[in-house]
Write a protein that binds this ligand. Structure first.
Ligand code: AHR
Length: 668
């Protein structure tokens, strides 16, 4: 009894002491920035996964426009009241045009309306908007005399007509019967909005016509570029103000086998010459098969560079290193045959930066962009590993550094942030003096909280880190049950304080993957979700946006009792200085379910504004998500906060489960 009383008394005393102790003041040293934050710090990772490019940001609405899918008529329905045997034939001209061998030969035997039609289903339907212009185009040829008219109809899900155009490829001009291909186009306006539309092409008249590259684009592409990108999706990227865009992947760089690796040179020039490839995500996951997923490369390397230029992001291409995906065939190019791979890398630098008098600079100029793209870095290999990777990388490094000593190379540390594979690569890459080492972590939210200090102990000299692919998984990596919920986003926000604090080491970071089509995804979680008409950012998107738009130029030290705030009392924090804006930026994360008060002391600040701005991202439910119906359920709200400019303090009330980004102006 006596012992119990004593214990209770002791507990009470401890509790009172704890209550009596004031919460530690968070001290920010404004006068002494500790490291530079690179302009590239927060970027985006783009890969054609989840219908990110074809069926996504690349605004082409016709699926299998050139009949090159494994099943040549996949996505198409041939229909009509008066079909005759052989009226629609798939022709293959083989080596005559190996990049695009197939086309359709259609014979119309006096067909009138309703007799013969081709209907394309789009990428899980076509998103059609009332009042918007649609641009139809086709390559055609008449192998013999005849005249065929195309009646174009946009259809809604009930097969009602919601847009009409007519195209009569000229059959009278002899030039049209010269055995060559010609382009015909017509534009028309939709009369209704439809998320699951289709395009029907009625073929009427008498004659034989060859058809290829049947295409439909909306008028409202990004910057109104014909054959361009979905403006709403690009806008989401632009709104992030990313420091870089990594492209084109991801595993897609490696290919299932070497034959199917991504080859940038094949993605330039006329779209009908860009040789299609099966998308590796077509068959990667048995639980999410996508038999209609192919890469048309309508979004090719010039377009990627253009996108970066448009949104002010540094381009970061990743090239194949002579190894196919090690989860798939793991094919290796023999060392004796690696030169073309290395040459591709050297040529890419010349393509991006070379004077128009150089071989590849001239190609760029010929494609309409004489101005260089100012490429400064490139990745060699994606998730490649083992001595075979190091051996191949060394050849790239030697050749590229010999020609371009200041050009930065990003090197792979494999698939995981720890373990033998990582340790081997990390050790070897540092010994090779790699510029940047690409680390990937798809882990549970708890991992992100436990690893906020991951980079505190990394060497300040030598190789830097590119946190190239990461996302908190609510379930487990590559599980279809993963959700973009607030718990994941909050843990990422906390982790990012550790990245920012260690900007001397971590120079670039990107969440992955970027886009997912709600009807055609293979991998969750993803930063931005789209359907044919809409787009929304996840809570994770808003975390990325708050960091990216409030990046600052220098890290400031922010401590509680002399220590970085990295989990004590469920709090995480970092601070930055924005030189151009002359502002202090604080990022504070409270992962607990209780609100917490903290005073921040801004040591060394000269004159502070009397109010600061807080961008608050919070939700009391850890499983909260955004959706098409409620796109901004978890999104930042802006508030003003008083600053005690005499005491140089700001009193923060950190809401439960919140990220607060604070900006305070300092006047000289
Ligand atoms: O982001 C999805 C995939 O995850 C990437 O393609 C690959 O690099 C990683 O395994």
């Amino acid at each position: 009894m006596h012992v119990v009383t004593k214990t209770v008394a002791l507990l009470l005393a401890t509790a009172c002491l704890a209550l009596a102790q004031p919460a530690p003041v968070l001290r920010v040293d404004v006068a002494r920035p500790v490291a530079e934050i690179q302009p590239t710090m927060w970027g985006v990772f783009f890969e054609d996964i989840n219908f990110g490019a074809d069926g996504g940001i690349y605004a082409e609405m016709v699926k299998n426009r050139s009949f090159e899918f494994f099943k040549p008529l996949m996505g198409w329905k041939v229909d009509g009241k008066k079909r005759t045997e052989g009226d629609v034939l798939v022709q293959n001209r083989g080596d005559e045009k190996s990049s695009n061998p197939r086309y359709l030969r259609v014979t119309t035997n006096g067909a009138v309306a309703g007799d013969l039609s081709l209907t394309n289903e789009g990428f899980r339907g076509m998103g059609i908007k009332k009042g918007l212009r649609y641009d139809f185009a086709v390559l055609y040829g008449y192998p013999s005399a005849g005249k065929v008219t195309m009646q174009l109809n946009l259809l809604n899900a009930q097969n009602e007509v919601i847009g009409t155009g007519t195209l009569s490829p000229d059959a009278t001009a002899s030039a049209d019967r010269d055995g060559q291909w010609h382009k015909a186009q017509v534009s028309f306006t939709a009369t209704a909005t439809e998320p699951k539309g289709k395009l029907r092409i009625g073929l009427e008249g008498t004659g034989v016509i060859d058809l290829d590259m049947i295409s439909l684009f909306p008028e409202d592409t990004w910057k109104g570029r014909p054959g361009g990108m979905r403006a709403d999706m690009v806008q989401m990227l632009a709104d992030l103000k990313p420091g870089f865009v990594r492209f084109p992947g991801g595993c897609i760089v490696e290919g299932h086998d070497l034959e199917q690796r991504y080859q940038w040179k094949k993605t330039l020039g006329p779209i009908e010459d860009r040789q299609l490839l099966i998308n590796r995500w077509n068959f990667e996951f048995g639980h999410r098969p996508a038999p209609d997923y192919f890469q048309t490369f309508g979004l090719g390397f010039l377009e990627y560079f253009q996108l970066c230029e448009d949104i002010g992001a540094a381009p970061l291409p990743i090239l194949n290193c002579g190894m196919a995906c090690q989860f798939n065939t793991a094919e290796l190019v023999p060392m004796s045959q690696i030169d073309p791979y290395v040459q591709d890398a050297l040529d890419l630098i010349e393509f991006a930066n070379g004077d128009v008098s150089t071989q590849w600079g001239k190609v760029r100029a010929g494609l309409g962009h004489p101005k260089p793209f100012n490429l400064k870095m490139m990745g060699v290999g994606n998730e490649n590993w083992g001595p075979q990777y190091i051996e191949r990388l060394a050849v790239f490094q030697k050749a590229i550094k010999a020609k371009y000593p200041d050009f930065k190379l990003i090197c792979s540390s494999g698939t995981d942030p720890n373990g033998d594979r990582f340790d081997y690569l990390n050790g070897n890459l540092r010994a090779m003096n790699a510029d940047l080492i690409d680390e990937h972590y798809y882990r549970r939210p708890e991992w992100f909280l436990q690893n906020v200090g991951r980079y505190d102990s990394y060497p300040r000299n030598g190789s830097k880190v590119f946190a190239g692919e990461w996302a908190a998984q609510s379930d487990d990596v590559a599980k279809p049950t993963n959700k973009n919920n607030w718990q994941c986003a909050l843990s990422e926000a906390a982790f990012m304080t550790g990245l920012e604090r260690n900007a001397a080491v971590v120079q670039m970071a990107s969440y992955a993957p970027l886009f997912a089509n709600a009807d055609g995804w293979q991998w969750t979680p993803d930063l931005i979700w789209v359907d044919n008409l809409h787009v929304y950012g996840t809570p994770n998107y808003y975390v990325q946006q708050l960091y990216s738009r409030n990046k600052g130029t220098n890290v400031l030290s922010m401590t509680a009792n002399g220590q970085a705030l990295a989990g004590k009392d469920s709090l995480y924090a970092s601070a930055a200085w924005d030189k151009a804006a002359s502002e202090i930026i604080l990022k504070m994360v409270n992962v607990s379910g209780k609100s917490v008060n903290r005073t921040v002391q801004l040591d060394g600040a000269k004159k502070l504004a009397r109010t600061g701005t807080v961008m608050l991202l919070t939700n009391d439910k850890l499983d909260a998500v955004n959706s098409f119906e409620n796109a901004t359920a978890v999104s930042p709200v802006e508030q003003q906060i008083p600053v005690d400019s005499n005491k140089k303090t700001v009193a923060m009330m950190l809401a439960p489960r919140s990220l607060s980004v604070v900006r305070i102006k300092v006047t000289p």
